[in-house]
Write a protein of this length. Structure first.
Lengths: 718, 351
């Protein structure tokens, strides 16, 4: 490739740059089989060329030796005799010639612009042609060394070219440099070759600085070659694995917009390249996009990334692919609803002809999962995913079954009829078991099984799953600890549950301690240890206060969780004081709770309980109604209203019953509701029914945890 | 002036040689007599780092069923060597990080004391915390409306500086005295970030082992094989030539003791992926390393798909695609249009 290249250049050059007849360059033409076109060069004469000729002539004698070697070396190289070429090139004293070459390049290019006509160049100034020849010799020497496997020597040789040109043109390639196409070409090739050689030699730092040398100044590289170098530098910076800071001189020049780390520099380069792609200065290159996706994913910049995916012109990605990518970006950026909408598009009517994209289906299924209101939609995604998995994608079928099992569980909780609920619950366990047989190593399936079994009050199985899960993840899951503690508390084994919570506090970080402390306090209340519980709440509230002052939570949702916890702690305390008949303390706690969050059904429910304990039935009813007006489905208040109404007797009984039925529809395992229903049935005279209700209430109470399973236990983490 | 500087430099040099020799001596008390060239080497630290026999010896001792307890001499040696603050000796210890993590994670479930391993991991974590001053690692996202070293702004910038968008690469570090279960992933992740920052100087074998371990950690080697056998053209699976190799590897794996699939939250997945990305696309001349890194990325991608973690899917997916692409797509001008068409059509067919 190189030989044809140089041949062509000679053809071009030859029109502009005549050689002295003695020069060996002419001989080279005959050797290469190219005839000299000496047609009309006389007409293009200008004084610079005269200078060139003049100085060449003046220097012919002294330089012939180097020129000869350069040409001979080129011949050997073209024949593939790298050894011989190297020997020839080694006879040229580059070091000695360097100052003269630099001077020649600098003077000739500068003077061409500024020099008044007729002024003569310095005597003994090398001709541009000689300089080009010598640069080519250095370049070919470096290539020969490369081919002989001596990459480091090759790089050092190649670096000479850059040093010479940079010394001659410290501010980059001057405007209006014409005619030196060969020199330019040699230099550009050297710019590209040098970093490659350093990379091959294993010198990352040198490679990076070679790229930077090529890119920071303007060397009038054509756009594609420039872009290619930028991409290569970005790649080396991204994956090289060594931090090579930008030299001081670059940092000072450009003030604030200087990358401070390699990954930052890589992102800058990739963004510049993406802009070139957008302006169609260079063609679309999938590699740039993938490097950018990688870099921005590592640094968590997904909205920015989504913007770039959206800018990609149609036809590059298929529609399904683009939607999948976008959905991934938005969901990673936390915009789940946007992601879900995009996925629906990708799987919607217009795409019916294609086979659905399995990962999209699964992602859709997962996105619904964070929001129970989307349970139905999630079920559809998961079922479709199962339908389209084949044998090869067995592990993905496991994922889909897992999700489906979780969704059935969700749907069971909101179903209207008992029979439907039972059916969904059994479907849920079935799917989860199926997932567990495919995904033997996946702890999250075991967690979901444990959670579902706990909700269905299959406590033994739930404990087993919870223990197995904690084993599998080496105790690293907060939800796992919560599940185990709650299930053990549901077995009415509060002491062990408290021990588990203590263990969990040892094993988890500070942020998670808050939840566990509340759980511990609740367990202490269940063990009738109000004093201990109050102490625990005191610690909890002190920790919350400390965190609030430090503002140590990072996201707003974390901040809200801490706020909710604070309110709940005060409400819990008010319950304890109510039970101890210490009304004033209870009031104070409620005031505190309301100062944190006044529009919470929990606060108003607790107020109702306090009033009720003081036998202020009507006031209590008002407080409960406020709770229900804030959250119409707030079950504890429904049950409490029913309890108050039951005491009024008479017509209120049927009203109470309807409240209870509603409560049981929402939460079939609420033992208080069953108990009150029993009382009502008894008051109404249907003793048989009452006995059944009491039985249910007793059994449910024997298996109820200190905190509601569904509200406390998060979903698994897939 | 210079006459003062030179002796002090040479004394530090001699000190470091002495320190290295002392370290090697204490290692010989644990491993038994070491080969002479190592003891008398001019640069004992480098020789120690690259000595395959010693590395092998140490690894197999780390794999020993009773290793990693609080009174394990080897762990103590590794800990002390790392605490010596000699950068070269620290590299020697970091070299064994993949093995330590692998053995540690596979035993975390058992009730055995792993204080020896935990002390080393905490030392890495503490070292990194001190280096960063506990601050997060951030990236300032460039805004192209400002000019930079590599480009000129098309529109002249206004006097007001454009808001900088700061991305977090690794969150702030809190001091950790013990390995709490929920912090384990983070501690190991930070240790891996330290390993990544020195990865350029790591011996090839260490990186290679790391990639092999990733395959176990991701836990999808089997599904990868199944998938390949029946559907070599699917989106996830790679070029056909890898197929045979994976089967061979699978056979080898059965001889070795298999590692466990581990939970891979992002705080662990991200540093793992950076290391594997370096092995795959960094400038390594070892084809063997690239091959094993490719398998690791494939398994990690399957795992990401399985966990449905969009961040992990995006990052691993692009690594996988980059590994599959022919190198250099811009430079050859007449090929550009062809190759981009090819990619587009490939994508379409994959989809």
């Amino acid at each position: 490739m190189l030989c044809t290249c140089s041949g062509q250049q000679f053809q071009l050059e030859e029109n502009e740059m005549p050689q002295s007849p003695e020069s060996l360059a002419t001989r080279d033409f005959s050797v290469s089989g190219l005839s000299s076109k000496t047609g009309d060069w006389d007409s293009k004469f200008d004084d610079s060329q005269v200078d060139d000729v003049e100085s060449t002539l003046k220097e012919t004698l002294s330089l012939n030796y180097e020129e000869a070697r350069a040409l001979l070396g080129r011949l050997e190289y073209q024949r593939g005799n790298c050894d011989a070429a190297l020997q020839v090139f080694q006879g040229i004293d580059i070091r000695g010639l360097r100052p003269r070459m630099i001077k020649a390049i600098a003077e000739r290019t500068q003077h061409r612009k500024n020099r008044p006509k007729g002024e003569n160049l310095q005597v003994n100034l090398m001709s541009m042609h000689s300089v080009s020849l010598l640069l080519e010799a250095i370049f070919l020497k470096s290539k020969s060394l490369e081919q002989l496997g001596r990459h480091k020597d090759a790089a050092l040789e190649c670096k000479n070219i850059l040093d010479i040109i940079e010394s001659a043109w410290p501010d980059g390639m001057p405007e209006g440099v014409r005619g030196e196409s060969k020199l330019k070409e040699m230099f550009h090739k050297a710019l590209e070759l040098l970093p490659k050689l350093w990379k091959q030699a294993g010198f990352l730092e040198e490679a990076i600085s070679a790229y930077r040398r090529a890119l920071v100044r303007h060397w009038s590289l054509d756009l594609k070659r420039w872009a290619s170098l930028q991409k290569d530098l970005a790649t080396v910076l991204l994956y090289g694995g060594a931090e090579v800071p930008l030299p001081q001189q670059f940092q000072q020049v450009w003030g604030h917009m200087t990358p401070t780390s390699n990954i930052e520099e890589a992102i800058l380069l990739l963004l510049i390249l993406m802009r070139k792609v957008a302006f169609q200065e260079i063609n679309w290159d999938a590699e740039i996009m993938d490097h950018l996706i990688y870099a921005l994913s590592l640094s968590g910049q997904f909205e920015l990334l989504a913007g770039h995916v959206e800018q990609v012109l149609p036809g590059i990605y298929s529609r399904g692919e683009r939607w999948y990518l976008l959905a991934l970006c938005y969901s990673a950026a936390g915009l789940d609803d946007v992601a879900l909408n995009i996925l629906k598009k990708g799987l919607g009517h217009s795409e019916r002809k294609h086979k659905p994209h399995l990962p999209s289906l699964l992602l859709g299924a997962k996105l619904c999962y964070k929001n129970p209101y989307h349970a139905c939609e999630g079920t559809n995604f998961a079922m479709k995913a199962i339908e389209f998995t084949n044998n090869q994608e067995k592990h993905l079928r496991g994922v889909a079954s897992h999700l489906l099992g979780v969704y059935y569980g969700y749907c069971a909780q909101s179903s209207i009829s008992d029979s439907q609920r039972l059916r969904l619950q059994s479907e849920s366990l079935k799917s989860l078991h199926h997932a567990a047989t495919i995904e033997k190593d996946d702890p999250e399936v075991i967690y979901s099984l444990g959670r579902e079994n706990a909700i269905q009050r299959n406590l033994n199985t739930a404990v087993e799953s919870a223990i197995k899960y904690l084993d599998m993840v080496g105790g690293s899951s907060v939800s796992g600890w919560k599940l185990l503690a709650l299930v053990v508390s549901a077995e009415q084994n509060f002491k062990d549950a408290e021990a588990i919570v203590d263990l969990a506090i040892d094993e988890t970080g500070k942020v998670d301690h808050l939840d566990f402390l509340r759980l511990k306090a609740l367990l202490q209340v269940a063990q009738e240890q109000p004093r201990n519980a109050i102490d625990t709440y005191r610690i909890l509230l002190a920790m919350i206060q400390a965190q609030k002052e430090l503002k140590s939570w990072s996201t707003s949702s974390e901040g809200k969780a801490v706020k909710d916890l604070e309110m709940e702690a005060w409400v819990d305390l008010s319950f304890i004081y109510t039970k101890l008949e210490s009304w004033n303390d209870s009031y104070v706690c409620l005031e505190k709770a309301k100062s944190v969050e006044i529009f919470s059904p929990k606060c108003w429910h607790a107020t109702g309980m306090l009033l009720e304990a003081q036998s202020l039935h009507v006031d209590a009813l008002v407080a409960f109604s406020v709770a229900l007006s804030i959250e119409p489905d707030y079950v504890p208040s429904m049950v409490s209203i029913a309890a108050v109404l039951r005491m009024f007797g008479g017509k209120s009984l049927s009203l109470a019953r309807s409240f209870l039925m509603n409560a049981l529809r929402l939460e079939p395992t609420n033992h208080n509701a069953w108990l009150n229903l029993g009382y009502i049935s008894k008051a109404e005279g249907s003793l048989h029914q009452a006995a059944d209700c009491f039985q249910a209430a007793y059994e449910l109470r024997q298996s109820s945890p200190v905190q509601n399973f569904t509200q406390t236990l998060s979903n698994c983490h897939i | 002036m210079s006459s003062e500087v030179v002796p002090s430099e040479s004394t530090t040099f001699w000190q470091s040689i002495q320190r290295a020799q002392a370290t090697i001596h204490s290692l010989s008390l644990i491993l038994g007599p070491l080969p002479e060239p190592l003891t008398f080497s001019e640069n004992p630290t480098i020789s120690l780092l690259h000595d395959a026999n010693i590395s092998h010896d140490i690894s197999s001792r780390l794999h020993h069923p009773n290793s990693g307890s609080g009174d394990d001499n080897l762990c103590r040696w590794l800990y002390d060597t790392f605490q010596s603050t000699d950068p070269g000796l620290q590299l020697v210890v970091l070299n064994f990080l993949p093995t330590i993590i692998r053995v540690y994670l596979s035993r975390v479930v058992s009730q055995k004391s792993l204080a020896g391993f935990e002390a080393i991991l905490l030392a890495f974590y503490a070292h990194e915390t001190v280096i960063r001053g506990g601050e997060p690692l951030t990236v300032i996202l460039p805004n192209l409306t400002n000019p930079s070293v590599y480009h000129e702004a098309k529109v002249p910038t206004k006097s007001k500086a454009v808001d900088l968008n700061i991305a977090i690469l690794s969150p702030a570090l809190e001091p950790c005295g013990t390995v709490r279960s929920t912090k384990r992933a983070r501690i190991i992740g930070v240790a891996l970030e330290l390993y990544y920052s020195k990865i350029h100087d790591m011996p090839l074998t260490s990186k290679q082992e790391f990639c092999e371990f990733c395959v176990d950690w991701a836990g999808h080697n089997r599904s990868l094989e199944e998938e390949k056998q029946s559907n070599p053209n699917s989106d996830v699976s790679c070029a056909d030539q890898q197929e045979e190799m994976i089967q061979v590897k699978g056979g080898e794996e059965e001889h070795k003791k298999k590692g466990r699939r581990i939970p891979l939250p992002w705080e662990l997945f991200q540093p793992i992926l950076r290391i594997v990305g370096h092995c795959l696309l960094g400038n390594s001349n070892s084809e063997e390393l690239k091959e094993v890194a490719l398998i690791a990325v494939q398994c990690l991608h399957l795992r990401a798909l399985h966990d449905m973690n969009p961040q992990a899917i995006l990052a691993s997916r692009s690594l996988l695609r980059l590994a599959k692409m022919p190198s250099d797509t811009i430079f050859k001008p007449h090929l550009v249009s062809d190759s981009s068409d090819l990619t587009a059509s490939q994508l379409a067919s994959n989809d």
